[in-house]
Design a protein around this ligand. Sequence first.
Ligand SMILES: Cc1ncc(COP(=O)(O)O)c(C=O)c1O
Length: 359
Amino acid sequence: MTTVATMVPHSRPSIETDEFQAAIDVLRSRRLAQGGMVEQFERGMAAYLGLAGGVAISSGTAALEVALRALGIGPGDEVVLPSYVCAAPLLAIQRVGAMPRVVDIDLETFGIDPAAARQALTSKTKAMIIPHLFGLPADLTTLERLGVPIIEDCAQTLGATEQGRAVGSVGLLTICSFYATKLLCTGEGGMVLSRDESLLERVRMLREYDEAPSLRPGATNVKMTDLQAAIGLAQLNRLAFFFERRHALADEYRAMLNGTGLVQPIVPAGRTHVYYRFVVRMPDLHDQVDGISRVIARFEGRGVQCRKPVFRSLHRYLNLDGFPAAEEAECTALSIPLFPSLTDENVAQVHMALRLEWS
Ligand SMILES: Cc1ncc(COP(=O)(O)O)c(C=O)c1O
């Protein structure tokens, strides 16, 4: 195995002068907790998605939990979600005491399978959490027809469109994550957004517990700081540039991988992709338990950090069977480094590693 001097990370935030300056300004102001910068960031995100408002939260996971609570979801209620996603939506459902109804995905797009979602509906279903995975919108148009309130999970996708509509602008509530490696980052952080002011007000009431005449059930402290919000605002101003760069890199990868037999990211008609992740599938690995780990180890040896895009499908945590597409994705999907601050040198190193693997 060849050893290489530098490792191309799987992901890295793009932090430049604007973010440094924004953080310094807040530090100089000595107002570090939630304040004016958080309000500005909320207004900026709401304007970006064309919604009435947003409520900044300490993480995407906490945002999912307060979104469910704001809808009054709790014990005795059911919430539909896909199996192939990180554990955050499942944990949020469990924390409010509701029953998760995990369903399979559409293998081509990695998004929730609308037919499977329909089959999971019961008289107890109160909402569906719909993640837009890897930068590609889920099939919102078909999902909307199910007539169940949608919480759009935009942790991995902002700026993409489905039938001309921005992701995040369709559901009753939308959540974002601004974790360090996300499209727009604040270190940790999240937001709940909506066009419905009364729902937003409920989220605000849950975000903090102080200065209330009586104890509010479910209220907690999941606030964001001005320091984080200032970084978020700087990132929001650069978001268009990030997407341009992501598209250019995706085009390069597509050209490199043409003719290799790998399944490249699919963009169905009527949807656009922002390439939060560049996820390829290796159908040959479908019956190999550790095949993906071996591919990742080989890339690591060539100085390129690749990842399984989803660590573990949710049905496995719940000991459920009957999720062939999620299991196929788990065995065959590989995420290749793609982020705006990837240098030309990094790209050349990735190219070399890809050629050694698949030429
Ligand atoms: C689809 C999805 N939803 C929710 C979350 C949770 O966000 P956070 O890490 O900010 O809690 C993540 C985070 O990775 C995610 O990928």
